[in-house]
Design a binder for this molecule. Structure first.
Ligand code: ADP
Length: 485
């Protein structure tokens, strides 16, 4: 099946409903992170291709905005059904280009599809309002309009779900778009585009530009004045650059950026639940998630027991290619990702941490890094202030609630935090004091299409998913209607 799934994916740019090569004729390689070998080549868009994609989105905008909401919803619903029916092929493709084990890839396909189902339901729920002005002489009619052509930029770690989480609300709201996937994982997006066409999405509504020159392709689009909205998921560093580029033409922005999630285990926690939650919060996607637990704060009275149990669970994981049955942990995305995890572990050890399992770079092909547990981590270690993005659990200890809340909040990021306690009052109190957009209470998983996903501080702007997920793709418009009374 491997050869077929790769072969079946379009390898070109999708502009105005036509699949075409990059103007330069250039292509970029897509590699398998488990072997380092090339899977295939895809078109490598130039800035001129990017502009043509944006023009196609602009041209398609008026007719698309006029499409009945039910029709837009039905397209998403059909696309949801098709994705679910092709779970195996899409999961294999994702594992090949990104590395995650097949079971996790299947879970992502289901998660990705759910965004289409959710927004198929939201498409017909966009409402406005009518009010009488306080002086009684004017009716205020409020409607909501699509914001206009959007630029959607996605990362490599959840190559399908980050696309559907943006395309879903854009389609539901009546926006056209240019989607630029990460160069490491373009295939999931390239496989998704024909599914939307099959589901009835008109030409030009979704344009796809794969490129190795993200900076060169994106900047003219944001500064050009035609793109009205940017939805970006990626690093805080790139998010800042894009926010500055959006300033000139006041492009609306939604940013889902990095995280530095604290995972707090109080002295009254259910240890089984805490260890289960820790495995999910740390090891989902090999730790390559902005929601990954980055700093484990464990009450000193439980630290030994929690650490021993977590270490045993981590040691029992099987590392290998995601395509192998029985693999729990696939490779990291590339050499840079693996070297980053390695250097953060070395730095933590230099600052006094003890390696309880893992910590050694394996030989051989692929970008593997072993599940690693560090105890006695010093607050001065670089990984306390850096998004690890790998399978490394760093354990620190604490004595009381105020101390741990202060330590957890001592970061520029604010995406998610995890709290384990049996004390309901404490759960609510700490949940409110933590400066993050999301809090997992006795759970290591917060992602849910029906929930508003997003962060505070330098973790981003806006929310994706939930009832508010469509808001970023809509503008309010108010009509003043004098009644003369
Ligand atoms: P990561 O370090 O996890 O790859 P990035 O923020 O670099 O995260 O990448 C996320 C997305 O942003 C990818 O699609 C990437 O191609 C894109 N990207 C990276 N740099 C730029 C840039 N200067 N302008 C626009 N997009 C960029």
């Amino acid at each position: 099946m491997t050869a077929t799934v790769i072969q079946d994916v379009p390898k070109q740019l999708c502009i105005g409903g036509t699949w075409q090569d990059a103007e330069s004729g250039r292509t970029l390689p897509v590699d398998n992170p488990a072997t380092g070998e090339e899977l295939c080549q895809v078109a490598d868009a130039t800035p001129a291709d990017g502009l043509r994609a944006a023009q196609a989105a602009v041209a398609a905008q008026p007719a698309w905005a006029a499409t009945p909401p039910r029709e837009r919803g039905e397209i998403l619903r059909r696309a949801y059904e098709i994705i679910v029916s092709r779970t195996d092929e899409l999961a294999l493709l994702m594992t090949l280009e990104m590395g995650k084990p097949l079971a996790e890839a299947r879970a992502e396909v289901a998660y990705a599809a759910e965004f289409f189902r959710w927004f198929s339901e939201e498409a017909v729920r966009v409402d406005g309002g009518m009010a009488i002005a306080p002086d009684g002489r004017t009716r205020i009619m409020v409607t909501r309009r699509p914001v206009g052509p959007c630029l959607l930029i996605t990362p490599w770690n959840f190559p399908l779900a980050m696309g559907t989480r943006k395309i879903g609300p854009a389609v539901a709201a009546g926006c056209t778009m240019v989607l630029k996937p990460a160069p490491q994982t373009p295939l999931s997006t390239l496989a998704l585009a024909p599914i939307l066409t099959e589901a009835g999405l008109p030409e030009g509504v979704l344009n796809v530009a794969t490129t190795s020159d993200a900076a060169g392709v994106v900047e003219p689009l944001l500064r050009g004045g035609q793109i009205r909205k940017l939805s970006f998921t990626g690093s805080t560093q790139v998010g800042r650059i894009l926010l500055a580029q959006c300033a000139d033409t006041v492009v609306r922005t939604s940013l889902e950026l990095g995280g530095n999630a604290p995972f707090i285990v109080f002295e009254d926690a259910d240890l089984d639940a805490a260890v289960d939650g820790a495995m999910v919060a740390k090891m989902r996607n090999m730790g390559e998630a902005c929601t990954a637990a980055n700093r484990f704060f464990v009450h000193s009275s439980l630290a030994e027991e929690f650490t021993a149990r977590l270490t045993a669970r981590m040691a029992a994981l099987t590392v290998g290619p995601g395509t192998e049955p029985g693999t729990d942990v696939g490779p990291l995305i590339d050499t840079a990702g693996r070297d980053k995890a390695d250097s953060l572990v070395r730095d933590a050890v230099e600052h006094g941490a003890k390696v309880l399992v893992g910590g050694e770079l394996p030989d051989g092909p692929g970008h593997f890094y072993p599940p690693t547990v560090l105890s006695g981590v010093s607050a001065d270690s670089a990984l306390v202030r850096t998004e690890i993005f790998g399978p490394v659990a760093a354990i620190l200890t604490f004595e009381d609630e105020d101390e741990v809340v202060a330590a957890a909040n001592d970061t520029d990021w604010g995406l998610v935090s995890y709290v384990f306690t049996r004390d309901f009052d404490r759960a609510l109190r700490v949940g409110e004091r933590l400066e993050t957009g999301m809090v997992g209470l006795n759970t290591g998983l917060v992602s849910n299409p029906a929930a508003p996903f997003g962060g505070v501080k330098q973790s981003g702007l806006g929310r994706e998913g939930g009832r508010v997920g469509i808001d970023g793709f809509l503008e309010y418009k108010y009509l003043a209607i004098p009644t003369g009374a």
